[in-house]
Design a protein around this ligand. Structure first.
Ligand SMILES: Cc1cc2nc3c(=O)[nH]c(=O)nc-3n(C[C@H](O)[C@H](O)[C@H](O)COP(=O)(O)OP(=O)(O)OC[C@H]3O[C@@H](n4cnc5c(N)ncnc54)[C@H](O)[C@@H]3O)c2cc1C
Length: 544
Protein backbone atom coordinates (compact mmCIF):
# COMPACT_ATOMS: atom_id res chain seq x y z
CA UNK A 1 0.00 0.00 0.00
CA UNK A 2 1.29 3.41 -0.97
CA UNK A 3 0.22 6.81 0.20
CA UNK A 4 1.17 9.90 -1.80
CA UNK A 5 0.33 13.55 -2.22
CA UNK A 6 0.32 13.51 -6.00
CA UNK A 7 -0.40 10.39 -8.04
CA UNK A 8 0.34 10.61 -11.76
CA UNK A 9 -0.84 7.79 -14.00
CA UNK A 10 1.21 7.76 -17.18
CA UNK A 11 4.73 8.77 -18.16
CA UNK A 12 4.07 10.57 -21.45
CA UNK A 13 4.25 14.31 -21.96
CA UNK A 14 1.10 15.04 -19.93
CA UNK A 15 2.05 12.96 -16.89
CA UNK A 16 5.70 14.00 -16.76
CA UNK A 17 4.96 17.71 -17.20
CA UNK A 18 2.59 17.62 -14.23
CA UNK A 19 4.95 15.52 -12.10
CA UNK A 20 7.86 17.91 -12.66
CA UNK A 21 5.81 20.95 -11.78
CA UNK A 22 4.34 19.40 -8.64
CA UNK A 23 7.76 18.18 -7.49
CA UNK A 24 9.37 21.59 -8.02
CA UNK A 25 6.59 23.48 -6.27
CA UNK A 26 6.37 21.14 -3.27
CA UNK A 27 9.84 19.71 -2.57
CA UNK A 28 8.56 18.27 0.74
CA UNK A 29 5.68 16.38 -0.88
CA UNK A 30 5.74 13.04 -2.62
CA UNK A 31 4.98 12.66 -6.32
CA UNK A 32 4.37 9.11 -7.49
CA UNK A 33 4.32 8.31 -11.21
CA UNK A 34 3.03 4.89 -12.20
CA UNK A 35 3.25 3.56 -15.71
CA UNK A 36 2.29 0.20 -17.12
CA UNK A 37 5.33 -0.31 -19.35
CA UNK A 38 8.84 1.11 -19.72
CA UNK A 39 9.03 4.78 -18.79
CA UNK A 40 9.27 5.98 -22.38
CA UNK A 41 6.84 3.55 -24.02
CA UNK A 42 4.23 6.19 -24.76
CA UNK A 43 2.44 7.80 -27.70
CA UNK A 44 4.63 10.80 -26.93
CA UNK A 45 7.77 8.95 -27.93
CA UNK A 46 6.42 8.29 -31.42
CA UNK A 47 5.35 11.86 -32.27
CA UNK A 48 7.21 12.80 -35.41
CA UNK A 49 5.97 16.03 -36.96
CA UNK A 50 6.35 18.40 -34.04
CA UNK A 51 4.63 20.87 -31.77
CA UNK A 52 2.63 23.85 -33.03
CA UNK A 53 3.07 27.30 -31.54
CA UNK A 54 3.08 30.93 -32.62
CA UNK A 55 6.81 31.42 -32.71
CA UNK A 56 7.42 33.91 -35.50
CA UNK A 57 5.25 36.83 -34.38
CA UNK A 58 6.18 38.86 -37.50
CA UNK A 59 4.43 36.50 -39.86
CA UNK A 60 2.18 34.48 -37.57
CA UNK A 61 -0.34 35.46 -34.90
CA UNK A 62 -2.47 33.89 -32.15
CA UNK A 63 -5.55 34.76 -34.22
CA UNK A 64 -4.30 32.73 -37.19
CA UNK A 65 -3.49 29.68 -35.06
CA UNK A 66 -6.85 29.98 -33.29
CA UNK A 67 -8.66 30.25 -36.62
CA UNK A 68 -6.83 27.22 -38.10
CA UNK A 69 -7.74 25.15 -35.02
CA UNK A 70 -11.40 26.21 -35.19
CA UNK A 71 -11.63 25.40 -38.90
CA UNK A 72 -10.16 21.91 -38.35
CA UNK A 73 -12.58 21.31 -35.44
CA UNK A 74 -15.52 21.78 -37.80
CA UNK A 75 -17.72 23.87 -35.53
CA UNK A 76 -17.29 21.83 -32.38
CA UNK A 77 -14.24 23.41 -30.71
CA UNK A 78 -14.73 25.41 -27.56
CA UNK A 79 -13.30 28.81 -28.62
CA UNK A 80 -12.38 29.76 -25.05
CA UNK A 81 -10.29 26.60 -24.69
CA UNK A 82 -8.68 27.10 -28.12
CA UNK A 83 -7.64 30.61 -27.08
CA UNK A 84 -6.19 29.31 -23.81
CA UNK A 85 -4.11 26.61 -25.52
CA UNK A 86 -2.80 28.81 -28.32
CA UNK A 87 -1.96 31.76 -26.06
CA UNK A 88 -0.46 29.80 -23.15
CA UNK A 89 1.23 27.24 -25.41
CA UNK A 90 4.26 29.34 -26.31
CA UNK A 91 5.19 29.71 -22.64
CA UNK A 92 4.92 25.94 -22.15
CA UNK A 93 7.18 25.31 -25.16
CA UNK A 94 9.75 27.70 -23.69
CA UNK A 95 9.58 25.69 -20.47
CA UNK A 96 10.38 22.38 -22.13
CA UNK A 97 13.24 24.06 -24.00
CA UNK A 98 14.55 25.16 -20.60
CA UNK A 99 14.27 21.55 -19.44
CA UNK A 100 16.57 20.60 -22.29
CA UNK A 101 14.43 19.71 -25.31
CA UNK A 102 16.16 20.63 -28.54
CA UNK A 103 14.38 21.71 -31.69
CA UNK A 104 15.97 22.08 -35.14
CA UNK A 105 17.44 25.47 -35.96
CA UNK A 106 18.38 27.37 -39.11
CA UNK A 107 22.01 28.40 -39.71
CA UNK A 108 21.24 31.84 -38.22
CA UNK A 109 20.05 30.28 -34.94
CA UNK A 110 16.32 30.81 -35.49
CA UNK A 111 14.08 27.80 -35.06
CA UNK A 112 13.20 25.92 -38.24
CA UNK A 113 9.44 26.07 -38.50
CA UNK A 114 7.49 23.39 -40.36
CA UNK A 115 4.00 23.50 -41.84
CA UNK A 116 1.44 20.72 -41.84
CA UNK A 117 -2.05 20.24 -43.28
CA UNK A 118 -4.56 22.81 -42.01
CA UNK A 119 -1.94 25.32 -40.77
CA UNK A 120 -1.91 28.65 -42.57
CA UNK A 121 1.62 29.52 -41.39
CA UNK A 122 4.95 27.88 -40.65
CA UNK A 123 4.73 27.25 -36.88
CA UNK A 124 5.75 23.67 -36.12
CA UNK A 125 8.86 23.22 -34.02
CA UNK A 126 10.42 19.83 -34.54
CA UNK A 127 13.44 17.70 -33.83
CA UNK A 128 14.14 16.03 -37.17
CA UNK A 129 11.34 13.45 -37.52
CA UNK A 130 11.63 12.26 -33.90
CA UNK A 131 10.23 15.25 -32.00
CA UNK A 132 8.34 13.22 -29.40
CA UNK A 133 11.35 11.05 -28.62
CA UNK A 134 13.42 14.17 -27.93
CA UNK A 135 10.73 15.72 -25.73
CA UNK A 136 10.26 12.49 -23.77
CA UNK A 137 14.04 12.25 -23.32
CA UNK A 138 14.24 15.80 -21.99
CA UNK A 139 11.36 15.23 -19.55
CA UNK A 140 12.74 11.94 -18.22
CA UNK A 141 16.20 13.48 -17.79
CA UNK A 142 14.73 16.41 -15.87
CA UNK A 143 12.72 13.98 -13.73
CA UNK A 144 15.90 12.39 -12.42
CA UNK A 145 16.86 15.68 -10.80
CA UNK A 146 13.93 15.51 -8.40
CA UNK A 147 14.35 13.29 -5.37
CA UNK A 148 10.69 13.62 -4.37
CA UNK A 149 9.48 11.93 -7.57
CA UNK A 150 9.24 8.16 -7.51
CA UNK A 151 8.37 6.21 -10.63
CA UNK A 152 7.01 2.68 -10.59
CA UNK A 153 7.26 1.03 -13.99
CA UNK A 154 5.28 -1.99 -15.19
CA UNK A 155 2.59 -1.10 -12.70
CA UNK A 156 -0.89 -1.49 -14.18
CA UNK A 157 -3.66 0.74 -12.82
CA UNK A 158 -6.83 -1.34 -12.70
CA UNK A 159 -9.48 0.98 -11.28
CA UNK A 160 -10.12 4.27 -9.53
CA UNK A 161 -11.11 4.08 -5.86
CA UNK A 162 -14.32 5.98 -5.11
CA UNK A 163 -17.17 5.84 -2.55
CA UNK A 164 -18.28 2.71 -4.41
CA UNK A 165 -15.38 0.85 -2.78
CA UNK A 166 -16.46 2.12 0.64
CA UNK A 167 -19.80 0.41 0.18
CA UNK A 168 -21.89 3.29 -1.13
CA UNK A 169 -24.07 3.21 -4.20
CA UNK A 170 -22.51 5.42 -6.87
CA UNK A 171 -24.39 6.24 -10.05
CA UNK A 172 -24.04 8.85 -12.80
CA UNK A 173 -26.42 10.99 -10.77
CA UNK A 174 -24.36 10.81 -7.56
CA UNK A 175 -23.13 14.29 -6.67
CA UNK A 176 -19.53 14.72 -5.50
CA UNK A 177 -18.01 11.43 -6.52
CA UNK A 178 -14.56 11.39 -4.93
CA UNK A 179 -11.35 9.79 -6.16
CA UNK A 180 -9.26 8.46 -3.23
CA UNK A 181 -6.61 6.78 -5.36
CA UNK A 182 -6.33 3.61 -7.41
CA UNK A 183 -5.96 -0.16 -7.31
CA UNK A 184 -2.89 -1.34 -9.20
CA UNK A 185 -1.61 -4.68 -10.38
CA UNK A 186 1.96 -4.94 -9.14
CA UNK A 187 3.70 -6.98 -11.84
CA UNK A 188 6.50 -7.99 -9.46
CA UNK A 189 4.23 -9.57 -6.87
CA UNK A 190 1.20 -10.16 -9.13
CA UNK A 191 -0.90 -8.73 -6.30
CA UNK A 192 -3.48 -5.98 -6.48
CA UNK A 193 -2.35 -3.15 -4.23
CA UNK A 194 -3.89 0.18 -3.35
CA UNK A 195 -2.42 3.64 -3.75
CA UNK A 196 -4.11 6.37 -1.75
CA UNK A 197 -3.60 9.88 -3.09
CA UNK A 198 -4.62 13.40 -2.26
CA UNK A 199 -4.64 14.35 -5.96
CA UNK A 200 -4.71 12.00 -8.95
CA UNK A 201 -3.91 12.87 -12.56
CA UNK A 202 -4.92 10.53 -15.36
CA UNK A 203 -2.51 10.90 -18.26
CA UNK A 204 -3.07 7.50 -19.83
CA UNK A 205 -2.95 8.55 -23.49
CA UNK A 206 -4.93 7.30 -26.48
CA UNK A 207 -6.83 4.23 -27.58
CA UNK A 208 -5.60 3.43 -31.11
CA UNK A 209 -5.16 -0.24 -30.21
CA UNK A 210 -8.92 -0.82 -30.45
CA UNK A 211 -8.31 -0.80 -34.23
CA UNK A 212 -6.46 -3.45 -36.23
CA UNK A 213 -4.16 -0.91 -37.80
CA UNK A 214 -2.86 1.97 -35.69
CA UNK A 215 0.15 4.22 -35.34
CA UNK A 216 -0.19 3.93 -31.54
CA UNK A 217 2.03 1.64 -29.46
CA UNK A 218 0.64 -1.32 -27.48
CA UNK A 219 0.04 0.78 -24.36
CA UNK A 220 -2.71 2.81 -26.13
CA UNK A 221 -5.73 0.84 -24.94
CA UNK A 222 -7.87 3.66 -23.51
CA UNK A 223 -7.50 2.50 -19.89
CA UNK A 224 -8.08 5.93 -18.34
CA UNK A 225 -11.30 6.53 -20.27
CA UNK A 226 -12.62 3.07 -19.34
CA UNK A 227 -11.75 3.58 -15.64
CA UNK A 228 -13.55 6.91 -15.47
CA UNK A 229 -16.60 5.47 -17.22
CA UNK A 230 -16.71 2.59 -14.73
CA UNK A 231 -16.38 5.09 -11.88
CA UNK A 232 -19.45 6.93 -13.30
CA UNK A 233 -17.51 9.94 -14.55
CA UNK A 234 -18.32 11.82 -17.76
CA UNK A 235 -16.93 10.83 -21.17
CA UNK A 236 -17.38 12.93 -24.29
CA UNK A 237 -17.20 12.84 -28.12
CA UNK A 238 -15.57 9.42 -28.47
CA UNK A 239 -16.70 9.06 -32.09
CA UNK A 240 -14.01 11.44 -33.31
CA UNK A 241 -11.13 9.10 -34.06
CA UNK A 242 -8.50 10.57 -36.32
CA UNK A 243 -7.11 8.16 -38.87
CA UNK A 244 -3.69 9.14 -40.09
CA UNK A 245 -3.77 8.87 -43.87
CA UNK A 246 -0.24 7.60 -44.31
CA UNK A 247 0.97 4.76 -42.11
CA UNK A 248 3.53 2.50 -43.73
CA UNK A 249 1.80 -0.56 -45.16
CA UNK A 250 3.63 -3.74 -44.18
CA UNK A 251 1.65 -6.90 -44.96
CA UNK A 252 1.29 -9.21 -41.96
CA UNK A 253 2.35 -6.62 -39.36
CA UNK A 254 -0.16 -6.35 -36.48
CA UNK A 255 -0.20 -3.87 -33.66
CA UNK A 256 1.68 -0.66 -34.28
CA UNK A 257 2.13 0.66 -37.83
CA UNK A 258 5.03 2.96 -38.64
CA UNK A 259 3.92 6.53 -39.35
CA UNK A 260 4.98 8.51 -42.40
CA UNK A 261 4.49 12.04 -41.11
CA UNK A 262 2.37 14.56 -42.96
CA UNK A 263 5.48 16.73 -43.13
CA UNK A 264 6.64 14.48 -45.99
CA UNK A 265 3.66 15.68 -48.01
CA UNK A 266 4.36 19.19 -46.71
CA UNK A 267 7.80 18.88 -48.35
CA UNK A 268 6.34 17.69 -51.67
CA UNK A 269 5.43 13.96 -51.33
CA UNK A 270 2.55 12.99 -53.66
CA UNK A 271 -0.09 10.32 -53.10
CA UNK A 272 -0.67 7.99 -56.05
CA UNK A 273 -3.05 5.11 -56.58
CA UNK A 274 -2.29 1.64 -57.92
CA UNK A 275 -2.14 3.04 -61.49
CA UNK A 276 0.29 5.77 -60.52
CA UNK A 277 -2.35 8.52 -60.75
CA UNK A 278 -2.02 11.51 -58.38
CA UNK A 279 -5.61 11.21 -57.18
CA UNK A 280 -5.94 13.89 -54.48
CA UNK A 281 -6.80 16.64 -56.98
CA UNK A 282 -10.05 14.76 -57.66
CA UNK A 283 -11.04 15.08 -53.98
CA UNK A 284 -9.91 18.51 -52.77
CA UNK A 285 -8.31 21.62 -54.25
CA UNK A 286 -5.70 21.52 -51.48
CA UNK A 287 -4.65 18.12 -52.90
CA UNK A 288 -2.14 16.22 -50.74
CA UNK A 289 -2.23 18.87 -48.03
CA UNK A 290 -5.99 18.78 -47.48
CA UNK A 291 -6.97 18.09 -43.84
CA UNK A 292 -6.29 14.57 -42.62
CA UNK A 293 -9.89 13.37 -42.61
CA UNK A 294 -10.32 14.32 -46.28
CA UNK A 295 -7.05 12.67 -47.28
CA UNK A 296 -7.87 9.52 -45.26
CA UNK A 297 -11.33 9.24 -46.81
CA UNK A 298 -9.86 9.77 -50.30
CA UNK A 299 -7.33 6.98 -49.73
CA UNK A 300 -10.05 4.74 -48.31
CA UNK A 301 -12.15 5.37 -51.42
CA UNK A 302 -9.20 4.67 -53.79
CA UNK A 303 -8.45 1.44 -51.95
CA UNK A 304 -12.08 0.35 -52.16
CA UNK A 305 -12.26 1.19 -55.92
CA UNK A 306 -9.05 -0.69 -56.75
CA UNK A 307 -9.49 -3.48 -54.18
CA UNK A 308 -5.97 -2.90 -52.88
CA UNK A 309 -4.88 -2.62 -49.25
CA UNK A 310 -2.77 0.49 -49.79
CA UNK A 311 -1.90 3.41 -52.05
CA UNK A 312 1.56 4.94 -52.59
CA UNK A 313 3.42 8.00 -51.38
CA UNK A 314 5.80 9.14 -54.09
CA UNK A 315 8.95 10.92 -52.88
CA UNK A 316 11.16 10.01 -55.82
CA UNK A 317 11.19 13.57 -57.22
CA UNK A 318 12.16 15.16 -53.89
CA UNK A 319 15.63 16.45 -53.05
CA UNK A 320 17.05 13.28 -51.51
CA UNK A 321 19.70 15.07 -49.51
CA UNK A 322 17.01 17.20 -47.82
CA UNK A 323 14.78 14.15 -47.33
CA UNK A 324 17.53 12.33 -45.49
CA UNK A 325 18.27 15.39 -43.38
CA UNK A 326 14.63 16.04 -42.41
CA UNK A 327 13.36 12.45 -42.22
CA UNK A 328 16.28 10.20 -41.23
CA UNK A 329 14.05 7.87 -39.23
CA UNK A 330 11.60 7.35 -42.10
CA UNK A 331 14.45 6.89 -44.55
CA UNK A 332 16.04 4.20 -42.38
CA UNK A 333 12.75 2.42 -41.71
CA UNK A 334 11.94 2.25 -45.44
CA UNK A 335 15.46 1.08 -46.20
CA UNK A 336 15.15 -1.69 -43.60
CA UNK A 337 12.24 -3.20 -45.54
CA UNK A 338 13.86 -2.80 -48.96
CA UNK A 339 12.34 0.54 -50.00
CA UNK A 340 14.76 3.08 -51.42
CA UNK A 341 12.70 6.30 -51.36
CA UNK A 342 14.72 7.71 -54.26
CA UNK A 343 13.69 4.81 -56.48
CA UNK A 344 10.52 3.25 -55.02
CA UNK A 345 7.16 4.61 -53.99
CA UNK A 346 6.25 3.99 -50.32
CA UNK A 347 3.12 1.83 -49.78
CA UNK A 348 0.82 3.58 -47.28
CA UNK A 349 -2.65 3.08 -45.78
CA UNK A 350 -4.71 4.95 -43.16
CA UNK A 351 -4.38 3.86 -39.52
CA UNK A 352 -6.11 4.90 -36.27
CA UNK A 353 -3.99 7.70 -34.89
CA UNK A 354 -5.57 10.04 -32.37
CA UNK A 355 -8.61 10.16 -30.11
CA UNK A 356 -10.14 13.67 -30.03
CA UNK A 357 -12.73 12.83 -27.39
CA UNK A 358 -12.19 11.28 -23.97
CA UNK A 359 -12.62 12.13 -20.30
CA UNK A 360 -14.60 15.36 -20.12
CA UNK A 361 -12.65 18.09 -18.38
CA UNK A 362 -13.17 21.78 -17.67
CA UNK A 363 -10.72 24.60 -18.31
CA UNK A 364 -8.56 23.50 -15.34
CA UNK A 365 -8.39 19.85 -16.39
CA UNK A 366 -10.89 18.87 -13.67
CA UNK A 367 -12.94 15.77 -14.46
CA UNK A 368 -16.48 15.24 -13.16
CA UNK A 369 -14.92 13.29 -10.25
CA UNK A 370 -13.47 15.30 -7.36
CA UNK A 371 -9.67 15.25 -6.88
CA UNK A 372 -9.27 13.59 -10.27
CA UNK A 373 -7.70 15.48 -13.16
CA UNK A 374 -7.12 14.34 -16.73
CA UNK A 375 -4.68 15.73 -19.28
CA UNK A 376 -3.23 14.76 -22.63
CA UNK A 377 -4.84 12.45 -25.14
CA UNK A 378 -7.15 10.75 -22.63
CA UNK A 379 -8.89 14.08 -21.94
CA UNK A 380 -11.57 15.90 -23.89
CA UNK A 381 -10.88 19.56 -23.20
CA UNK A 382 -12.84 21.10 -26.07
CA UNK A 383 -9.69 22.05 -28.04
CA UNK A 384 -10.03 19.64 -30.95
CA UNK A 385 -13.79 19.61 -31.48
CA UNK A 386 -14.61 17.22 -34.32
CA UNK A 387 -11.06 17.05 -35.68
CA UNK A 388 -7.57 17.74 -34.37
CA UNK A 389 -5.31 20.18 -36.13
CA UNK A 390 -1.92 18.50 -36.69
CA UNK A 391 0.69 19.05 -33.96
CA UNK A 392 -1.78 20.60 -31.53
CA UNK A 393 -1.86 17.62 -29.16
CA UNK A 394 1.59 17.85 -27.59
CA UNK A 395 0.81 21.52 -27.02
CA UNK A 396 -2.57 20.74 -25.44
CA UNK A 397 -0.99 18.14 -23.13
CA UNK A 398 1.53 20.64 -21.77
CA UNK A 399 -0.94 23.50 -21.40
CA UNK A 400 -3.47 21.38 -19.55
CA UNK A 401 -0.95 19.60 -17.33
CA UNK A 402 0.14 23.05 -16.25
CA UNK A 403 -3.48 24.09 -15.58
CA UNK A 404 -4.17 20.87 -13.61
CA UNK A 405 -1.08 21.65 -11.57
CA UNK A 406 -2.22 25.22 -10.85
CA UNK A 407 -5.66 24.06 -9.77
CA UNK A 408 -4.29 21.21 -7.65
CA UNK A 409 -1.94 23.68 -5.91
CA UNK A 410 -4.82 26.00 -5.08
CA UNK A 411 -6.95 23.12 -3.81
CA UNK A 412 -4.15 21.67 -1.74
CA UNK A 413 -3.52 24.95 0.00
CA UNK A 414 -7.21 25.36 0.76
CA UNK A 415 -7.46 21.79 2.08
CA UNK A 416 -4.41 22.13 4.31
CA UNK A 417 -6.21 25.03 5.97
CA UNK A 418 -9.40 23.00 6.22
CA UNK A 419 -7.73 19.90 7.63
CA UNK A 420 -6.22 22.13 10.32
CA UNK A 421 -9.85 22.54 11.36
CA UNK A 422 -10.40 18.72 11.08
CA UNK A 423 -12.58 19.10 8.03
CA UNK A 424 -10.40 17.37 5.44
CA UNK A 425 -11.56 14.67 3.05
CA UNK A 426 -12.04 12.35 6.00
CA UNK A 427 -10.87 9.16 4.29
CA UNK A 428 -7.71 7.44 5.41
CA UNK A 429 -6.09 4.46 3.72
CA UNK A 430 -7.37 2.16 6.48
CA UNK A 431 -11.01 2.57 5.42
CA UNK A 432 -10.35 1.63 1.77
CA UNK A 433 -10.71 -2.13 1.60
CA UNK A 434 -8.08 -4.38 0.07
CA UNK A 435 -8.86 -5.84 -3.34
CA UNK A 436 -11.14 -8.82 -3.05
CA UNK A 437 -9.89 -11.68 -5.22
CA UNK A 438 -11.82 -14.49 -3.55
CA UNK A 439 -13.36 -17.00 -5.93
CA UNK A 440 -10.91 -16.26 -8.75
CA UNK A 441 -8.41 -18.69 -10.25
CA UNK A 442 -5.58 -18.47 -12.77
CA UNK A 443 -6.88 -18.26 -16.36
CA UNK A 444 -6.76 -21.68 -17.99
CA UNK A 445 -6.61 -20.50 -21.57
CA UNK A 446 -5.06 -17.20 -22.68
CA UNK A 447 -6.59 -17.79 -26.11
CA UNK A 448 -9.92 -16.60 -24.67
CA UNK A 449 -8.34 -13.21 -24.15
CA UNK A 450 -6.18 -12.95 -27.26
CA UNK A 451 -8.97 -14.07 -29.59
CA UNK A 452 -11.47 -11.62 -28.10
CA UNK A 453 -8.91 -8.87 -28.53
CA UNK A 454 -8.58 -9.65 -32.23
CA UNK A 455 -12.35 -9.67 -32.53
CA UNK A 456 -12.62 -6.20 -30.97
CA UNK A 457 -10.06 -4.86 -33.43
CA UNK A 458 -11.78 -6.57 -36.34
CA UNK A 459 -15.22 -5.22 -35.42
CA UNK A 460 -13.98 -1.67 -34.90
CA UNK A 461 -11.95 -1.63 -38.13
CA UNK A 462 -14.66 -3.15 -40.30
CA UNK A 463 -17.72 -1.39 -38.86
CA UNK A 464 -16.55 1.74 -37.07
CA UNK A 465 -13.66 2.92 -39.26
CA UNK A 466 -13.26 5.96 -41.51
CA UNK A 467 -16.72 5.61 -43.13
CA UNK A 468 -19.69 4.50 -40.98
CA UNK A 469 -23.30 3.52 -41.64
CA UNK A 470 -26.22 2.87 -39.28
CA UNK A 471 -26.25 -0.83 -40.12
CA UNK A 472 -22.53 -1.20 -39.44
CA UNK A 473 -22.88 0.59 -36.10
CA UNK A 474 -25.81 -1.65 -35.08
CA UNK A 475 -23.80 -4.75 -35.98
CA UNK A 476 -20.83 -3.45 -34.03
CA UNK A 477 -22.81 -2.83 -30.85
CA UNK A 478 -24.37 -6.31 -30.89
CA UNK A 479 -21.01 -7.97 -31.24
CA UNK A 480 -19.38 -5.75 -28.64
CA UNK A 481 -22.20 -6.57 -26.20
CA UNK A 482 -21.47 -10.26 -26.58
CA UNK A 483 -17.74 -9.76 -26.07
CA UNK A 484 -18.52 -7.64 -23.02
CA UNK A 485 -20.66 -10.39 -21.45
CA UNK A 486 -17.99 -13.04 -22.07
CA UNK A 487 -15.19 -10.85 -20.75
CA UNK A 488 -17.08 -9.80 -17.62
CA UNK A 489 -17.60 -13.48 -16.83
CA UNK A 490 -13.88 -14.06 -17.23
CA UNK A 491 -13.11 -11.01 -15.09
CA UNK A 492 -15.33 -12.30 -12.27
CA UNK A 493 -13.71 -15.71 -12.18
CA UNK A 494 -10.03 -15.31 -13.05
CA UNK A 495 -7.11 -13.60 -11.36
CA UNK A 496 -6.29 -10.35 -13.05
CA UNK A 497 -3.65 -9.94 -15.71
CA UNK A 498 -2.76 -6.79 -17.69
CA UNK A 499 -4.03 -8.55 -20.83
CA UNK A 500 -7.45 -9.21 -19.30
CA UNK A 501 -7.70 -5.67 -17.91
CA UNK A 502 -6.71 -4.17 -21.25
CA UNK A 503 -9.23 -6.30 -23.10
CA UNK A 504 -11.94 -5.18 -20.69
CA UNK A 505 -10.94 -1.55 -21.15
CA UNK A 506 -10.81 -1.85 -24.94
CA UNK A 507 -14.30 -3.32 -25.00
CA UNK A 508 -15.57 -0.41 -22.88
CA UNK A 509 -13.82 2.13 -25.10
CA UNK A 510 -15.18 0.46 -28.26
CA UNK A 511 -18.65 0.55 -26.75
CA UNK A 512 -18.24 4.28 -26.02
CA UNK A 513 -17.01 5.02 -29.55
CA UNK A 514 -19.95 3.14 -31.12
CA UNK A 515 -22.49 4.70 -28.74
CA UNK A 516 -21.28 8.25 -29.44
CA UNK A 517 -21.17 7.50 -33.18
CA UNK A 518 -24.75 6.19 -33.05
CA UNK A 519 -26.01 9.23 -31.17
CA UNK A 520 -24.50 11.64 -33.69
CA UNK A 521 -27.07 11.90 -36.46
CA UNK A 522 -24.86 13.87 -38.85
CA UNK A 523 -21.46 13.83 -40.51
CA UNK A 524 -19.00 16.26 -38.97
CA UNK A 525 -15.21 16.38 -38.85
CA UNK A 526 -13.83 12.90 -38.37
CA UNK A 527 -17.23 11.25 -38.04
CA UNK A 528 -18.65 10.35 -41.45
CA UNK A 529 -21.92 8.37 -41.62
CA UNK A 530 -23.29 7.80 -45.14
CA UNK A 531 -26.84 7.65 -43.69
CA UNK A 532 -26.45 11.26 -42.48
CA UNK A 533 -23.98 12.74 -44.98
CA UNK A 534 -24.67 16.37 -44.00
CA UNK A 535 -23.80 18.47 -41.02
CA UNK A 536 -26.64 19.15 -38.62
CA UNK A 537 -27.46 22.73 -37.73
CA UNK A 538 -27.56 21.72 -34.10
CA UNK A 539 -24.02 21.81 -32.73
CA UNK A 540 -23.68 19.45 -29.80
CA UNK A 541 -21.20 17.42 -27.82
CA UNK A 542 -22.17 13.82 -27.06
CA UNK A 543 -21.64 13.18 -23.35
CA UNK A 544 -22.03 9.72 -21.81
C1 LIG B 1 3.03 7.94 -34.37
C2 LIG B 1 2.49 9.18 -33.72
C3 LIG B 1 2.87 10.43 -34.17
C4 LIG B 1 2.37 11.58 -33.56
N1 LIG B 1 2.83 12.80 -33.98
C5 LIG B 1 2.42 13.92 -33.31
C6 LIG B 1 2.98 15.19 -33.63
O1 LIG B 1 3.83 15.32 -34.49
N2 LIG B 1 2.53 16.26 -32.93
C7 LIG B 1 1.59 16.18 -31.95
O2 LIG B 1 1.22 17.20 -31.34
N3 LIG B 1 1.07 14.97 -31.62
C8 LIG B 1 1.47 13.86 -32.26
N4 LIG B 1 0.96 12.64 -31.92
C9 LIG B 1 0.03 12.57 -30.79
C10 LIG B 1 0.78 12.75 -29.48
O3 LIG B 1 2.00 12.06 -29.55
C11 LIG B 1 -0.04 12.21 -28.31
O4 LIG B 1 -1.34 12.71 -28.35
C12 LIG B 1 0.59 12.62 -26.99
O5 LIG B 1 1.95 12.26 -26.98
C13 LIG B 1 -0.14 11.94 -25.86
O6 LIG B 1 0.57 12.17 -24.68
P1 LIG B 1 -0.01 11.65 -23.30
O7 LIG B 1 0.94 12.07 -22.24
O8 LIG B 1 -1.41 12.06 -23.18
O9 LIG B 1 -0.04 10.06 -23.45
P2 LIG B 1 1.12 9.02 -23.77
O10 LIG B 1 2.33 9.70 -24.22
O11 LIG B 1 0.56 7.99 -24.67
O12 LIG B 1 1.40 8.35 -22.36
C14 LIG B 1 0.44 7.49 -21.78
C15 LIG B 1 1.05 6.87 -20.55
O13 LIG B 1 0.03 6.26 -19.76
C16 LIG B 1 0.47 4.98 -19.33
N5 LIG B 1 -0.71 4.14 -19.05
C17 LIG B 1 -1.79 3.93 -19.85
N6 LIG B 1 -2.66 3.10 -19.22
C18 LIG B 1 -2.13 2.80 -18.01
C19 LIG B 1 -2.54 1.98 -16.92
N7 LIG B 1 -3.68 1.28 -16.94
N8 LIG B 1 -1.75 1.90 -15.85
C20 LIG B 1 -0.56 2.57 -15.79
N9 LIG B 1 -0.11 3.35 -16.81
C21 LIG B 1 -0.89 3.46 -17.89
C22 LIG B 1 1.30 4.48 -20.48
O14 LIG B 1 2.12 3.42 -20.09
C23 LIG B 1 2.05 5.76 -20.85
O15 LIG B 1 3.14 5.93 -19.98
C24 LIG B 1 1.45 11.47 -32.51
C25 LIG B 1 1.06 10.22 -32.06
C26 LIG B 1 1.57 9.07 -32.65
C27 LIG B 1 1.15 7.73 -32.14
Amino acid sequence: MYQTDFLVIGSGIAGLTFALKAAKQFPDKKVLVVTKAQADETNTKYAQGGIAGVWDADKDSFEKHIEDTLIAGDGLCNRHIVEIVVKEGVERIREIIEWGAQFDKEADGDYKLGKEGGHSEYRILHHKDVTGKEMERALLTELERHKNIEMIKHCFVVDLITQHHLGHLVTKATPNIECYGVYVLNRETNQIEKIIAQTTLLATGGNGQVYRSTTNPFIATGDGVAMVYRAKGRIENMEFIQFHPTALYEPGVRGQSFLITEAVRGDGGILRNKNGEAFMERYDPRKDLAPRDIVARAIDSEMKISGTEHVYLDCRHMDQHKFLEHFPNIYEKCKSIGIDVAKHMIPVAPAAHYSCGGIKTDEWGRTSINHLYAAGECASTGLHGANRLASNSLLEAMVFSHRCFLDACAKLTAEVELSALHKGRGVGSEVVPDWNATGTTQPKEMILITQSLKEVQQIMSDYVGIVRTNVRLQRAIKRIDLLWEETEALYETTTLSPQLCELRNMITVSYLIVKCASFRKESRGLHFNTDYPDKSEMVQNIVL
